[in-house]
Design a protein around this ligand. Structure first.
Ligand code: NAD
Ligand code: MG
Length: 395
């Protein structure tokens, strides 16, 4: 395999760091070309010194200015900074993503802020290793159409979608009958509505099986993460909403399954470790050696599956509704959720305010059947200001 140039949007987060770990273990296969962060410039400097990228981008204005001060002071003594290109803001992310010399763009940024940079990379036919599910939720039709037009591969990093992708290997034109999408159930599995009315962000952030960024951890506690993944699965694998069946599977060993027309079910299993699907997206179609933990089914002993409770976790039902309605509804669901999770993380709203306000935004928005990219961005902006207005007048 020839050496591949990789850029990472969101290199200092959970997926970003684990991507760099895969690269660290395979220095003969991968080279880092570009990195982007929101504000974590200390961590970015460490990454620059270790991986020596050609370019970086910093989203936050103040962080960018602080970073430039450090770079200017140290340029002459640090050869890693000497020729480094530094960009800022969304434009900067787009510059990094749109470089024609990268082979794979890993989208590990959180939120729909990843949309325009991902679109830019797709236009160059760059392979996308997609972790940033919000991009597909908000603009699935546009992103997939564009990827087809430019023959850009979209390789899933999300563990469930990587599992489905692996189950489809070698299946050619055999059609999917159902996707059996597994969910750990998050920290509140088995709880009643009553139990959850007053839960805090600290309770919600305690995920039993995975260590992840804050936003996806809250999404896992509401099951919105699974809802976003149902939508992501629709776009990646072209299946109808009713053919995607969520299975709560507390052990997180079966990462998802595909049922085929002849009734056969194929599953992908493994210890919960995001580096496995990240590495597969980078090495596809090859599989690389790894020292990752091996699955010991004797130790696991039993695998359990339950139906999700949509009364306790209404966010999952809202995601199915958004998928059935199509058009602009998933954009509204996603944008409202992004804002409300932020409010919840700041202790400004309760757990069930998240689905309550998402539903209001979905009901109140001016539906567009086939939104353009511009419509999506406008709808995202409308939703954020709708939620902000609602909450600042009611808190
Ligand atoms: P995280 O919060 O740990 O990291 C987010 C990264 O994005 C950081 O590097 C941060 O600096 C950057 N970032 C945040 N806001 C930004 C902005 N406005 N502009 C530019 N950069 C910004 O998140 P994570 O857990 O790594 O998740 C990243 C994405 O991967 C999400 O879409 C998530 O749903 C998806 N994902 C994560 C996991 C996981 O195990 N963490 C699993 C599957 C999918
Ligand atoms: Mg997942």
């Amino acid at each position: 395999m020839s050496i591949k140039n990789i850029s990472i949007l969101g290199s200092t987060g959970s997926i970003g760091n684990q991507t760099l770990d895969v690269i660290r273990k395979n220095p003969n296969l991968y080279r880092v070309e570009g990195l982007t962060v929101n504000k974590s410039i200390g961590k970015l400097l460490d990454q620059i010194n270790e991986f020596k990228p050609k370019a970086v981008a910093i989203y936050d204005e103040l962080a960018y200015e602080n970073f430039m001060e450090t770079v200017n002071i140290n340029r002459s003594t640090n050869s890693n900074l000497d020729k480094l290109q530094v960009y800022k803001g969304l434009e900067g992310l787009i510059r990094i993503a749109g470089s024609k010399t990268i082979d794979i763009l890993v989208t590990a940024v959180v939120g729909m802020i990843g949309l325009l940079p991902t679109v830019e990379a797709i236009k160059n036919s760059t392979t996308i290793a997609l972790a940033n599910k919000e991009t597909l939720v908000t603009a699935g039709q546009i992103v997939m159409d564009l990827a087809r037009k430019h023959q850009a591969k979209i390789l899933p990093v999300d563990s469930e979608h990587s599992a489905i992708f692996q189950c489809l290997n070698g299946e050619g034109s055999n059609k999917i009958d159902k996707i059996l999408l597994t969910a750990s159930g998050g920290p509140f599995r088995g709880k009643s509505r009553q139990d959850l009315v007053n839960v805090s962000k600290t309770d919600a952030l305690k995920h039993p099986n995975w260590s992840m960024g804050q936003k996806i951890s809250i999404d896992s506690s509401t099951l919105m993460n699974k809802g976003l993944e149902v939508i992501e699965a629709k776009w990646l694998f072209d299946v109808e909403p009713e053919d995607i069946i969520v299975h709560v599977h507390p052990e997180s060993i079966v990462h998802s399954m595909v049922q085929f027309k002849d009734s056969s079910v194929i599953a992908q299993l493994g210890c919960p470790d995001m580096r496995v699907p990240i590495q597969y997206a980078l090495s596809y179609p090859s599989r690389l050696d790894s020292d990752f933990e091996r699955l010991d089914l004797f130790k696991v002993a039993s695998l359990n599956f339950q139906r999700p409770d949509l009364e306790v976790f209404p966010c999952l039902a809202l995601a199915y509704r958004a998928l059935r309605e199509g058009g602009s509804t998933a954009t509204v669901l996603n944008a409202a959720n992004e804002v409300l999770v932020e409010f919840f993380l700041n202790d400004r709203i309760g757990f069930y305010d998240i689905p309550k306000y998402i539903e209001m935004a979905m009901d109140d928005h001016a539906f567009i059947d086939q939104p353009s990219l511009e419509d999506i961005i406008n709808m995202d902006t409308w939703t954020r200001s709708y939620i902000n207005k609602l909450l600042t007048s009611s808190i």
